[in-house]
Design a protein around this ligand. Structure first.
Ligand SMILES: Cc1cc2nc3c(=O)[nH]c(=O)nc-3n(C[C@H](O)[C@H](O)[C@H](O)COP(=O)(O)O)c2cc1C
Length: 416
């Protein structure tokens, strides 16, 4: 879990809530703490709309006044908690008769609780001070205390994002430590936080899918996905791949027959309980997926002497796998589901698809739309295998070598 505090500020309708939800997508246990009270129809409608936008995987808590208590009570529950919003919280406190001192004292307790929290706290606030100076003294003092609260939160929180017309402008970031540098977009080397998040999200939310619905694939979307595949790295810039698009039901049916036979043979390799579990798994979606793509590797492309391939001849196959991974990630970002089927006789596949001898099938992919992307690898959900801890797969300087000067840190090390 990441212990981090983020303040999202901006004018009304600047995209603050949307951005806070986008930032939360990487987390599993998501809590939303709403301070709004449905005092009239318009407010109720707004609350309903925001609830619908968040979707099922959020726990929503409503508390107009005692937000610190709620934060502390649920401390072990959430990985991310979004408080929407400070301005309404302060306004609720004022309505209950709290003065500036009482409000600031409550704010400091809230900040202390945020800092103690194990999760990522995202607090939404409003920039109220940019408009015309209010005529009424009570409104002016509300504006003043809201401005003061924002300044305190911004100084104390790790990260501050200013929403301007829907665009997040990071005005303070955790590694920066102060707000003297405006970080508007990508630096020369690094992507903006939003773009980084998009990339990581594609990686973490990519899944091998075996359940497809009948929705057709947009050819232009597939074009973008295949061009992304074609931009993979390749040994000696060999680009050894070809992509065979298969939409003919008869060919799909032949490949499905090939799978069936290979799968029966594969099942025999496992004994008893494991075999029963194996047989219960759905390991392909060949005939259901709108399209199948056979990604192949031309082992003779550019002749026998390819830069970088003299020592390890299989680097052309490795390159083709890089193209498949690009395809898989781009497809996920586009909302297309991909399932890789390797339980096939490749000799049979070559025969059925008229693939010449010097060309090697690398990946047989099922591509289409799905009702739902699995949240976890299906083999994990079904109890076949678990993700290994990444730190157990890292060594230093020699096989199983321990760190001496440099040690990699993971998210969980940072939150200790
Ligand atoms: C080279 C390769 C071959 C695979 N072959 C199959 C297969 O024949 N059938 C299947 O259901 N999944 C297949 N998969 C998918 C893996 O089971 C899946 O990637 C793994 O369980 C992790 O799940 P995830 O991709 O959803 O993260 C294959 C994946 C790779 C990379």
């Amino acid at each position: 879990m990441s212990n981090k505090t983020t303040l999202v500020t901006g004018g009304s309708r600047s995209g603050k809530s949307r951005h806070a939800l986008e930032m939360s997508q990487l987390y599993k246990r998501k809590y939303f703490l709403a301070t709004a009270q449905p005092l009239d129809e318009e407010m109720q409608e707004r609350i309903n709309r925001h609830q619908a936008e968040r979707g099922q995987d959020w726990v929503t808590l409503e508390e107009p006044l005692n937000v610190t208590e709620i934060l502390e009570e649920n401390a072990n529950q959430y990985e991310v908690l979004v408080l929407d919003c400070v301005t309404l919280w302060l306004s609720n406190l004022i309505m209950k008769g709290a003065d500036r001192e009482a409000i600031l004292s409550k704010l400091h307790s809230f900040i202390a609780a945020c800092k103690k929290s194990q999760g990522h706290i995202i607090v939404i606030t409003n920039e109220l001070g940019s408009g015309i100076i209010p005529m009424e003294a009570s409104v002016r003092s509300f504006r003043d205390v809201a401005g003061e609260a924002n300044q305190i939160l911004a100084a104390e929180f790790d990260e501050v994002v200013n929403m301007v017309s829907g665009i997040p402008v990071v005005i303070k970031s955790p590694d920066q430590g102060n707000n003297d540098k405006l970080k508007l977009a990508d630096s020369e080397h690094e992507f903006s936080p939003q773009k980084k998040q998009g990339l990581y999200e594609a990686i973490y939310k990519r899944r091998d899918i075996r359940h497809f619905n009948s929705k057709k694939i947009d050819p232009a979307t597939l074009g973008r996905v295949l061009d992304a595949a074609h931009h993979a790295g390749s040994v000696g810039y060999m680009q050894p791949w070809n992509f065979m698009i298969i939409d003919d039901p008869q060919i799909k049916s032949k490949v499905a027959g090939n799978f069936k036979k290979a799968n029966e043979q594969a099942a025999q390799k496992f004994s008893d309980e494991r075999q029963d579990l194996y047989n219960s798994l759905k390991l392909e979606g060949i005939e259901d997926a709108a399209i199948n793509i056979c990604v192949t590797c031309d082992r003779n492309r550019f002749g026998p002497n390819v830069l970088g391939r003299n020592t390890v001849v299989d680097t052309d196959i490795f390159s083709t796998c890089c193209a498949v991974q690009n395809l898989w990630l781009a497809a996920r970002a586009e909302g297309l589901a991909v399932g890789w089927v390797s339980i096939l006789s490749y000799d049979q596949l070559k025969e059925d698809l008229d693939i010449p001898d010097h060309v090697q099938p690398v990946a047989y992919l099922c591509i289409g739309h799905t009702e739902a992307f699995y949240k976890k690898p299906m083999l994990e959900t079904k109890g076949w295998a678990k993700r290994l801890p990444v730190e157990k797969l890292i060594s230093y300087n020699k096989w199983e070598g321990q760190p001496e000067n440099f040690k990699v840190l993971f998210e969980k090390d940072l939150s200790k």
